[in-house]
Design a protein around this ligand. Structure first.
Ligand code: HEC
Length: 135
């Protein structure tokens, strides 16, 4: 739990890139298996999106924009889970190029610093997990 909170705080310091990069270098980002979608969700996403993924995690209050309800992605997209869009959103590269910053961490960068070579596998496992929890 302590590590989890460190991660949440690190994630909130999005603008201060070097601060969280440093935390990750120090090994405070919880280690997870790259194929464990639910495990990664609990470790990295639940602080904002909530353990039930509806957007009510403990760190949500501190954000300017409310974290999305991740159980209703399919409902918001006319009944189809937009897999490619969601993978790209989690990766984050497009967003940063377009807008400079966002409240949601750039997971491709974080995963690359923690465990190089597993980024596509991790993003896929997270996307598959989200697809499996649609209401
Ligand atoms: C620091 C808080 C925070 C953390 C941690 C976080 N998110 Fe988010 N996430 C957000 C916010 C805020 C939004 C809404 C952003 C917006 O609409 O601009 C969002 C939006 C999303 C969306 C877009 C949903 C849609 O319908 O477009 C996806 C997918 C998502 N998050 C997945 C994840 C995953 C997977 C993780 C963990 C690897 C994660 N998030 C961790 C804050 C967070």
């Amino acid at each position: 739990m302590a590590r989890f909170m460190v991660m949440a705080v690190a994630a909130l310091c999005l603008a201060a890139g070097p601060a969280w990069a440093q935390k990750i270098e120090q090994g405070t980002m919880k280690r997870t298996s790259a194929s464990d979608g639910p495990g990664m969700f609990n470790a990295y996403c639940a602080s904002c999106h909530g353990l039930d993924a509806t957007g009510t995690g403990p760190a949500a209050k501190a954000l300017t924009k409310a974290p999305a309800d991740l159980t209703r992605i399919t409902a918001r997209n006319g009944g189809t889970f937009p897999e490619i869009k969601i993978r790209r959103y989690i990766e984050g590269a497009d967003e940063i190029a377009a807008h400079g910053s966002r409240d949601m961490p750039v997971w491709s960068t974080l995963f690359r610093s923690m465990d190089p070579g597993t980024v596509p596998l991790r993003i896929q496992a997270l996307s598959d997990f989200l697809k499996s929890i649609q209401k």
